[in-house]
Design a protein around this ligand. Sequence first.
Ligand code: ZN
Length: 104
Amino acid sequence: MNSPAWVARKRRWFREHWERTHELAACVVCRARPVDLHHLDYGNLGEEDYESLIPVCRPDHDRIHAAWEATPHVRRLGRRTATLVIVLEMQERLARSAAGSTGS
Ligand SMILES: [Zn+2]
């Protein structure tokens, strides 16, 4: 996954993200930086749409792949939907643990 085409595609994604949002890309789960890009869809490598890639930090990227492997019932939803379900569950878990740590 470190082919020149992918490295170039990532560079273009980060430029496009900046042009669209004027924000540095942050992890969709925990807002950490720096981020990897995770594929929602596999198109032609190097030709992915902006919307087919989401920014995630390295630990959350590993967690997404682990959850993907561990949840065949979620995987049946298809890669894009399953990944979004996994990300939502990770966001909720993070919100719950943040609420718990403040004692509320
Ligand atoms: Zn993260």
